[in-house]
Design a protein around this ligand. Structure first.
Ligand SMILES: [Zn+2]
Length: 486
């Protein structure tokens, strides 16, 4: 494939040793060579044009801009220009929004995209074939090519489910080239996101993360065109816990070693808090930072710890689909308490090995568990849940000036949800419909940074059949190399 000017420009940042190899065989210079010239997408990303989404139900998720029962959104060169009842722009293409909810794209704040290939190996009901042992074992067999294919598959699912931003929680970066591959996949799929560079599966706890490799990848990829940002993901801190043995558990000193190095590079940090909460310990060690730390799985916090989180601007991502499967002794999802105490919160998928990405089901689970436990004490509205899935995620990832709401001046990350499907119609309150009724198949159109990546429920650019075939081949390769199941 001859890269178009757009794709050639967007790949420059990722030139690597692998890129040089491609260059040597293709006649391109290393500077010009994409990380993956052959196995990238079949076509470049669609152009950013000028269009108006007309006559949709508009949910802005911006408290200063009213929702509209029927209205329009004007987009030009990737930015939202206007949101109004009627917009006149003669040069703009028209996207018919009748029968649709038009809203900001979903923002997923914690997703291990690299584990997407493990579906044929895991069983939800067999401990030895659970997500942790399987991904730990097979993860150690992964090549950069496997990482690329896993991330493309995961992002394809994210887009299909209406997610326009993904925080790629990559705790299996086996080499800087694996990092390049994951970033290349996010770039090629056109999603917005943060790449959280992590340790590798099987690494010893006393082994520091590869900060030379992290700095090299950061230099090559950042700031790029602004679509992708970077951080690190840390091994668990200070306690054995669910998945702790598989993923590594650091002492406070080891944590300080890794986190200080990340902060020196200006990289935000994310960490799981499964099991006993490390918040007090982290606070005592001066590691809670200043608006640069995200915790995942808010299950066991105390009021004092939540006050610490507010003080340091620490966010908490809940991944209810998996959290709801955990034994009650490891805690309950404390969404109500966190919101009441003013902690930054957001929504995430976690992984898609033995469940799928469905932000609507995630919101329903949160609502059900909240009502069951403390709904009579702390009110939770359906609109608050949609806020959790959109603008709150942007705040968590530090990109609220760019995305998360339909606000003129922000980038155009927009989805259209069909309300005429059998499971949705007839629709009354649109927030009620999203939280109580919607499913990913209702997502008609997905726009990221002004590029229409899905329309009519189909990819405009990604080759669905190729994504599937590549994932199947990669899973088969892992099976053979691991001599699975022996
Ligand atoms: Zn996780």
């Amino acid at each position: 494939m001859v890269p178009s000017p757009i794709s050639r420009r967007t790949v420059l940042r990722g030139a690597t040793a692998l890129g040089a190899l491609v260059a040597a065989s293709s006649g391109l210079s290393a500077q010009q060579a994409p990380v993956r010239s052959v196995k990238g997408p079949a076509a470049p990303l669609p152009p950013r044009g000028e269009f108006i989404i007309r006559d949709a139900t508009i949910l802005t998720m911006d408290p200063k801009i009213a929702d509209l029962a029927t209205g329009s959104v004007h987009v030009r060169n990737g930015a939202i220009v206007a949101v109004a009842a009627a917009i006149d722009a003669p040069k703009a293409q028209i996207i018919d929004g009748r029968g649709m909810i038009c809203m900001p794209g979903i923002i997923d704040t914690h997703w291990h995209l690299w584990t997407s290939l493990f579906r044929p190996f895991v069983r939800a009901d067999v401990n030895e074939l659970g997500y942790f042992p399987v991904s730990n074992r097979l993860g150690q067999q992964m090549t950069p090519e496997d990482s690329y294919r896993a991330v493309i598959l995961g992002v394809a699912e994210a887009l299909s489910a209406g997610c326009t931003t993904v925080h790629n929680w990559a705790h299996n970066v086996r080499s800087p080239e694996h990092g390049d591959a994951e970033l290349a996949a996010m770039r090629d799929a056109g999603v917005r996101g943060r790449f959280a560079y992590g340790p590798a599966q099987g690494m010893a706890d006393d082994e520091p993360m590869d900060f030379a490799g992290i700095a090299r990848v950061q230099k090559d990829w950042m700031p790029g065109d602004g679509m992708l940002t970077m951080g690190i993901c840390s091994r668990n801190v200070g306690a054995m816990s669910i998945g702790g043995a598989a993923r590594g558990v650091l002492t406070i000193d080891q944590t300080k070693r890794d986190w200080d190095a990340a902060r020196k590079l200006g990289l935000p940090i994310t960490v799981h808090t499964s099991g006993p909460s490390p918040i007090t310990q982290l606070g005592q060690a001066g590691l809670l930072g200043n608006n640069d730390l995200q915790l995942v799985h808010p299950l066991l916090t105390t009021p004092e710890e939540r006050a610490l989180l507010v003080k340091h601007g620490v966010s908490y991502s809940t991944a209810p689909t998996g959290e709801a499967r955990r034994p009650s002794k490891v805690g309950v999802i404390q969404l109500g308490e966190l919101i009441k105490d003013g902690v930054k919160v957001s929504l995430s998928t976690d992984h898609t090995t033995n469940y799928n990405c469905d932000p609507f089901v995630a919101m329903r689970i949160l609502f059900a568990l909240h009502q069951n436990r403390i709904g009579d004490a702390i009110p939770l509205t359906v609109k608050r849940l949609v806020q959790l899935a959109t603008i709150d995620g942007a705040v968590d990832l530090g990109i609220a000036a760019k995305t998360g709401s339909l606000t003129p001046g922000k980038r155009a990350d927009i989805i259209l949800v069909r309300t005429t499907d059998i499971n949705m119609t007839p629709v009354g309150d649109p927030y009620e419909a999203l939280v109580s009724l919607a499913q990913p198949s209702n997502i008609d159109t997905v726009i990221v940074d002004g590029r229409v990546l899905r329309q009519g429920g189909r990819f405009t650019m990604l080759d669905h059949a190729k994504v599937v075939k590549d994932a199947q081949e990669a899973a088969a390769g892992l099976r053979a190399r691991a001599k699975w199941p022996a």
